[in-house]
Design a protein around this ligand. Structure first.
Ligand code: DAH
Length: 340
């Protein structure tokens, strides 16, 4: 009988030099049914009790050493093969493959914000963002809407008493934040979500989107505002779309106006479900920045003038696609969303 220690050394060497293919046969050679160590264990009956004990324990010991070594070798071979595969594998980024899910798309309101933003960028505006949780100062005070002024009644808030914080009711606080950050000249739009504590119907919802606009410099006039807004509407809806200005009132602008746009469906002709046959649709509020607003951000109101505007994104989107209920935007019904 071969010396068990010698057998073990020999087996361990073979394991060490093996590859994935030879490892299994080495295992069989020593531990299999007719394996060298198995044979030794089988032949134990022919030995004296003492030899049985000694040889048995030596053989079992050798067996577990070899089993452990085979296990280690298997692991390192696995790692090696994986690394080798990673090294050699070339990923073909141009290869097309079958993708069993339909692609998503931008929500129509987001698409509209992107379109609006692109137009204003082309007209020289930069884009800023403001927080949706605002303070009383930015949402009202700095915009010339003092505490207890009746103008506050126009916008029902989600207000946190004691903290003087609220979900912003409009994107106009973005004006204040932009002016605090930059000196004139300034030309910026602020798109974003706004919140009002009101019951929803076909035209109202507690969450909606606005795009605020602001330009401040020396010698800015109302004519600049009119030109800008008609350029904007022409670029977004086509050069044959007229707009009109109606006098209005906002605390943060003086004078103020509301802008209507000609109905793109009926162009003022005949009965129309969309504009309710009025041929005009209100799209935004605007005006010349009130001197008190300029003062709130420490701009010299004798040197600088500016215009501001705020438009409702859902309204424009509804108008563009002929959607008659604002709630459709928030129900996430795929039959609706897949149309965009
Ligand atoms: N913040 C107003 C609103 O939510 C909209 C608005 C009107 C914004 C006139 C303006 C503006 O910047 O000049 O109803």
């Amino acid at each position: 009988m071969k010396d068990i220690r010698q057998i073990t050394t020999e087996a361990l060497k073979k394991v060490k030099d093996s590859d994935a293919l030879t490892l299994e046969s080495i295992k069989a050679e020593y531990l299999g049914k007719d394996g060298v160590l198995t044979q030794i264990l089988k032949s134990l009956s022919s030995y004296s009790i003492e030899d049985k004990k000694r040889i048995g324990s030596e053989a079992n010991n050798a067996k577990s050493i070899i089993v452990a070594e085979i296990k280690n070798k298997k692991e390192s071979l696995k790692k090696f093969l994986f690394n080798e595969k990673m090294r050699n594998e070339k990923f073909d980024y141009s290869e097309s493959f079958y993708f069993p899910f339909s692609k998503g798309s931008f929500h129509p309101v987001i698409q509209m914000i992107n379109d609006i933003t692109a137009v204003f960028k082309s007209l020289g505006f930069s884009v800023a963002e403001g927080p949706e949780v605002e303070t009383d100062w930015y949402n009202f005070e700095a915009l010339n809407i003092p505490d207890s002024h009746p103008a506050r009644d126009m916008q029902n808030t989600f207000y946190v008493e004691g903290m003087k914080a609220l979900l912003r009711t409009h994107t106009s606080p973005g004006q204040i934040r932009a002016m605090e950050k930059h000196k004139p000249p300034i030309k910026v739009i602020v798109p974003g979500k706004v919140y009002r504590n009101e019951a929803s119907d076909a035209m109202h919802f507690s969450t909606f989107h606005q795009v605020e606009g602001l330009a401040v410099d020396e010698n800015i006039t109302f004519v600049d505002l009119m030109t800008l807004l008609s350029d904007f509407v022409h670029k977004l809806f086509g050069s044959d779309t007229n707009i009109r200005f109606r006098p209005s009132h906002f605390q943060f602008t003086e004078p103020s106006a509301e802008v209507d746009m000609q109905c793109i469906f009926c162009k003022g002709k005949g009965r129309c479900r969309l504009c309710k046959s009025s041929s005009w649709i209100e799209i935004l509020g605007c005006g010349m920045v009130h001197p008190n607003v300029l003062k709130a951000v420490h701009y010299d109101s004798r040197k600088y003038t500016g215009y501001a505007f705020g438009l409702g994104v859902e309204r424009l989107t509804m108008f563009k696609y002929g959607i008659d209920d604002i709630r459709l935007f928030y129900e996430n019904d795929l039959r609706f969303l897949k149309q965009f």
